[in-house]
Design a protein around this ligand. Structure first.
Ligand code: FES
Length: 185
């Protein structure tokens, strides 16, 4: 989503929609990646559909002069990479099938050394491995959690996760958390 002018929401993810179609939205909810605070070389580590929330971050980071590199893993055929290739200094792909990029996991490709920050979104085991590698290397890492959500406003407690500061709602306090808050140091 992008707000192009007050009262107008541009929905890039739904190209089948037509002018005049109606949608009902609740938001904005929760937080986002702290892109405005980041500088230098930034790595994005994505797994599957976790690549989606990293697109806005990639575009924003590139626009403010960051060197952005994407590491992404898919089961088989990658998607949306052409968009990232327009703004990223490098795109590395791993696939389970081995038909595209390197056969294996994206966490086999990614090393945090040399980055000023890392943003990640995807399956929980992938994010945990990525975050732990970053924490071990002393690189700040921001994790966008995926969770089933019902209310979206912190009322139903259905998306609670455990953090260093106690239980938090993924929808209201996240979905982006610092790596050390989720996985310790
Ligand atoms: Fe209800 Fe998060 S979805 S508390």
């Amino acid at each position: 989503f992008a707000q192009t002018q007050p009262g107008v929401l541009y929905i890039e993810a739904w190209p089948q929609m037509r002018a005049g179609d109606e949608v009902e939205l609740t938001g904005a909810l929760g937080n986002g990646f702290p892109t405005g605070q980041l500088r230098g070389r930034v790595a994005l580590v994505a797994g599957g559909i976790g690549i989606a929330p990293l697109w806005y971050a990639a575009r924003a980071l590139a626009a403010q002069g960051c060197e952005v590199r994407l590491y992404c893993g898919f089961r088989d055929e990658p998607y949306t990479l052409e968009k990232f290739e327009r703004v990223c200094a490098g795109v590395a792909v791993a696939t389970d099938s081995g038909r595209f990029g390197t056969k294996g996991f994206v966490t086999d490709l990614f090393r945090p050394e040399g980055y000023s920050a890392v943003l990640t979104c995807g399956p929980e085991p992938m994010m945990e491995k990525t975050a732990r590698a970053c924490l071990a290397a002393g690189v700040p890492v921001y994790v966008s959690r995926e969770s089933r959500m019902a209310c979206g406003i912190g009322a139903c407690l259905g998306c609670t996760c455990h953090t260093a500061g106690g239980p938090k709602s993924t929808c209201k306090d996240g979905p982006v958390f610092r790596g050390e808050d989720l996985y310790g140091v």
